[in-house]
Write a protein that binds this ligand. Sequence first.
Ligand code: SAM
Length: 426
Amino acid sequence: MASLGRHIIVEYYDCTPEILNDVTLIQESMEGAAEKAGATIINSTFHHFSPYGVSGVVVIEESHLAIHTWPEYGYASVDLFTCGESVDPWVSYQYLKDAFEAGHGSAVELKRGEMALLSKKAFDIQQLRDDKSADDGSPIRTKDVWFTERDDKIALSLKHDGKLYDQQSDFQRVEVYNTQAYGNMLTLDGMVMTTEKDEYVYHEMITHIPLLTHPNPKRALIIGGGDGGTAREMLRHEGLDEVVMVEIDDKVIEACKVHLPSIASALDHPKLNLIVDDGIKYVKEAAAGSFDVVVVDSTDPVGPAEGLFSVEFYKEVHRILSDNGVMITQSESPRFNNKVFKEIYQVYGSIFGNERVHCYLAYIPTYPTGMWSFSYSAKGDAHPLKGFDREKSRKFSEVHDLSYYNESIHESAFALPNFVKKMINK
Ligand code: SAM
């Protein structure tokens, strides 16, 4: 390595002014340029100036990318600085030229820190370790490494001590972070899926409500749920003969078995039939009336999960449910994605009948807004509250030492705030 770093100083000309003035687009482009070149993003910050212009930096493990734009001139100046051999900054140069629709670009590469001019200083590396790492010898930890999930208006950031898993599968980017506040955390395409410290809310609420209200559940199906949390909770119900789980991405299963073992603990359970396949295809091919409870534990309606939010898919679920069967889905956040939320309940009502569709809420700190919803749709007479056996629920929660679910939470979860009732005409 002839030099410590490569610094490409870039000028983009005749770019589309609207693009150069769109801070979200600039941020996405700069982060995309880093990832395309194989860099690992640590953090980024972007600022929109008034009346126009954007400045921003993406800090990567291999150094940084920085930008300042002059939309009024269709001009952007960019610095691409990388260390080591793993990242090719010229890939970022071309990516941004296309993203900014630049008429032309000019760039010059500087070698930074020419080795021939450098000599290593004799010093005690231990001095550089921060207090914590000095004590137990753990790797040097930079102070502010944050994971951030954001959309154009809301962001959630979690401080972490590094990434434990990072694979691009055929379907999505599968990552596991070691967060300081919530333990190990699984993200898919940059969205929080589950964390060790709050997963129990989601997994207890998506399973025990249907399985304690269905008259006699014997066979259950999980679509998605690759982290294993839903299967773990389902298999607490000894009355079940079989749980079938159809997860499309084996990388999710692999990552969770290794880095989230407390969640993935039942993935080798003898009653679990774990199938790696597309849930849409599985449901289409499954026999009519063959499941008592179907839980759709999917990601948001993007990528491989898009089809899991379609009318066709729900009609197929209705078909494979037994006469008294119940379908449960994670139905997004009424606060965060209210358009999808409203549509979901319209569709369920059209297939199951409005009076047989119920919404319940739970609070998951690491999900956008923290307010999350689940839907309970009954094919027959099963009902989440009518005839609800409080004592059975209380005992179940006690015997299994559950952390969130109990008989009062069960009932109160269906008590909806007015704004939610209005959204789904309840
Ligand atoms: N609790 C999370 C949430 O609410 O966002 C979901 C967790 S779980 C990890 C979601 C799983 O659905 C992922 O592992 C993903 O691979 C899987 N999935 C997405 N589309 C799928 C499909 N068409 N068939 C089967 N599994 C699918």
